[in-house]
Design a protein around this ligand. Structure first.
Ligand code: ATP
Length: 412
């Protein structure tokens, strides 16, 4: 048995020497989903998409899934599964790792292994290729997501509103579309000007004028995910910063009804009336448990931390612009203030086209006259049109009656 032990020890030391030697011949790289455990790594989704295109052909184990809204079946490299890829005649090996952790989300990463002698030749060029390829696939395939409150969960976002369905003044609509396009194509500009690649929109106007629909239209236009931030559920400025860090690039961060969500003046606001249940009062009541301050919010959008990602759009909405602190309205804070107001005749024509498939009608001239000064929201107009969508004349007659009665009530 002594001889056996000697032989075994000898083989073991040689095997370990061999494995160290082989390891030295190879270089390994790791691409974690989160860097340092909390900053999202942009390369990770690129690799995931890139590998999904290879998994279908080369992986011996892949997971398959199909989202409810699409007929496409997609592939993912299965856990612990490896595959080899050839790039410029040189082999590289990928592997997908998942580490289970107690009471925490799983840790996911990819390893990339190649011969050490190919490292210089491959690394920059290959990873640039993987990134570009992954991004392209992601844009073609990914669904926009809607993240709610603490951003830890998301659902596919399929809101049907687009700039074609939004009833807005055509000039105003064009301005917004041009601004978004310029922003999306502005990477070079923002770099040259030394500015963070982000844009802020303040949507204001009465309820039912299309603020939420506009957010959906912006998401559909840009293809960005939407993070719907419920400020009253965030306990302090520090948590707000943490949330900012988990948002992805190419995202829209929305705070609706900002005037109801926090004490915008940074002054203690404890005198909350208990007698009514209006949206504002509910917001103020919840505020008592939140320690997010106006300066915390401004830091979130403008401060040093706001540059930890890029290509992000901040959207705040309010029904009462007059209640906002001037610090929020100052030039450079929200880049564009967009007023969404009562229905105009041109906005009505778009609704008539979309709801009734009518471009012209004998009653249009009267609708135009009655709409003037009636303070009717697009939501109220669309409600009537949808009720009578099978009969355009009935829809317009009902609309006219409602407009006249609204005017009468305003005058009396
Ligand atoms: N400008 C608009 N163009 C087309 N549809 C509109 C427009 N405004 C409102 N609507 C219709 O009215 C409904 C309600 O509108 P929306 O929720 O976007 O308004 P809002 O301004 O966000 O209201 P609130 O301030 O109460 O949240 C929408 O689902 C949409 O069908």
């Amino acid at each position: 048995s002594e001889i056996w032990d000697v032989c075994f020890g000898f083989a073991k030391s040689h095997l370990s020497f061999l494995s160290t030697y082989l390891n030295k011949l190879h270089s390994s790289f790791y691409i974690y989903e989160y860097d340092e455990g909390f900053v999202r790594n942009d390369l990770y989704p690129c690799v995931k998409w890139h590998l999904s295109s290879l998994s279908s052909a080369h992986a011996s184990a892949a997971t398959l899934f199909s989202a409810s809204d699409t007929s496409k079946i997609r592939f993912r490299l299965a856990e612990d599964e490896a595959l080899m890829e050839m790039f410029d005649g040189v082999a590289v090996w990928w592997q997908h790792h998942v580490k289970r952790r107690q009471d925490e989300d799983d840790e996911r990463y990819f390893s990339l292994r190649m011969r050490a002698s190919h490292r210089q030749l491959l690394l920059g060029r290959f990873l640039n290729y993987v990134r570009a390829h992954g991004k392209e696939l992601e844009l073609q395939n990914r669904e926009k997501q809607l993240y709610t409150s603490d951003f830890s969960r998301s659902i596919p976002f399929h809101h049907p509103a687009t700039f074609d369905t939004l009833a807005l003044d055509p000039v105003q609509k064009q301005e917004i579309v041009d601004d978004l396009r310029e922003f999306m194509e502005g990477e070079e500009f923002y770099k040259r000007a030394g500015r963070t690649w982000k844009r802020g929109y303040l949507l204001y106007g009465p309820p039912g004028t299309g603020k939420s629909s506009m957010i959906a239209a912006i998401s559909n236009f840009t293809g960005y995910d939407v993070y719907d931030l419920e400020l009253t559920a965030v306990s302090n400025n520090n948590d707000l910063r943490q949330l900012l860090m988990i948002t992805t690039n190419k995202s829209i961060i929305v705070i609706e009804d900002i005037d109801c969500s926090l004490d915008l003046s940074d002054r203690a606001n404890k005198s909350v009336s208990q007698s009514t249940n209006s949206k504002e009062d509910i917001g103020k009541k919840e505020l008592e448990t939140s320690h997010v301050t106006l300066s915390g919010l401004l830091n979130f959008t403008d401060g040093l931390w706001s540059c930890c990602g890029s290509e992000r759009i901040f959207i705040f909405t309010t029904n009462h612009i007059g209640k906002l602190d001037p610090a929020l309205l100052r030039a450079g804070r929200m880049d564009m203030h967009i007023l969404l107001s009562y229905c105009t005749f041109s906005a009505f024509k778009l609704l008539a086209k979309n709801y009734l498939e009518v471009l012209e009608h004998d009653l249009f001239a009267e609708v135009e006259r009655e709409m003037e000064g009636a303070n009717f929201t697009p939501a109220a107009v669309s409600e009537i049109l949808i009720q009578h969508r099978k009969n355009a004349t009935a829809a317009l007659e009902n609309l006219l009656a409602a407009l006249k009665s609204a005017k009468f009530n305003t005058c009396s």
